[in-house]
Unconditional design. Structure first.
Length: 244
């Protein structure tokens, strides 16, 4: 059955919204004061994000579950003719995917804020509150932070495209485990955005929401988790096409 662009938009909003609600939620649980999961550690965050992807992919099945502009651009670079049944790859369809992903990421972050509102009201370092919404480097070096995001997103998109060549039929579970693996292996330097919408949508939410003691939204760094994943995604798409 062919999919309309309206369905694509709604699907991507819902899927990316679930991704950010669960992803930002696990970070909030692990780092905000007085939470049950406080100090849960890096692997808790990795698994939370992986399961957020798992839920998001299922929720966005009608649109092909991109839930990530890097995947959308990776498919374009890979030479895809359709994003979903009846949805040809074009400028207009690409913009619909990107708009749905950005809005979904923003709304998911807002819902995570509401779920943890009383914990955001507690005293905490402003950088900790920002970390619930967006990524930041462990060592700030824009060029090398960019390289890290390119590499991590290359792995994500290249392997996702290879899933179609295997008979495993693991679907969303395979993508979820891949995200856990990328976080555990490559996430340390930058917090592994590997998804422009995942970082920019929540960063806008952080800027707009009335968060007590929130501080700066760190716009100087914001280009890294946007441009890096787009470049990495397109390189992943090109590499997968070359290996086809």
């Amino acid at each position: 059955m062919d999919v309309t662009l309206t369905t694509v938009f709604i699907s991507e909003v819902i899927g990316t919204g679930f991704l950010l609600l669960l992803g930002a939620g696990v970070v909030a649980n692990a780092i905000l004061p007085r939470n049950k999961g406080f100090n849960g550690g890096w692997l808790l965050i990795n698994f939370g994000w992986g399961l957020g992807v798992f839920a998001g992919v299922y929720a966005a099945w009608q649109s092909g579950a991109h839930i990530n502009p890097a995947v959308t651009f990776g498919l374009i670079a890979n030479g895809a003719e359709e994003f979903a049944p009846g949805v040809a790859v074009s400028v207009s369809s690409t913009l619909v995917y990107l708009a749905g992903q950005m809005l979904g990421a923003f709304l998911g972050a807002v819902l995570a804020f509401l779920a943890y509102k009383k914990h955001f009201d507690e005293d905490a370092d402003p950088a900790t509150k920002l970390a619930v919404f967006s990524t930041g480097p462990a060592i700030r070096s824009y060029g090398w932070n960019f390289v890290t995001e390119v590499i991590g997103t290359f792995v994500l998109v290249y392997i996702i495209l290879q899933f179609g060549n295997t008979p495993s039929e693991l679907g969303p579970l395979a993508v979820a485990l891949l995200v856990v693996g990328i976080g555990a292996s490559l996430g340390g330097p930058t917090g592994y955005a590997i998804n422009p919408a995942r970082d920019l949508g929540p960063r806008i939410a952080h800027f707009l929401l009335p968060i007590k003691g929130k501080g700066s939204s760190d716009w100087g760094y914001a280009w890294v988790p946007v441009v890096g994943p787009i470049v990495g995604g397109m390189l992943g798409g090109l590499a997968a096409a070359a290996m086809a």
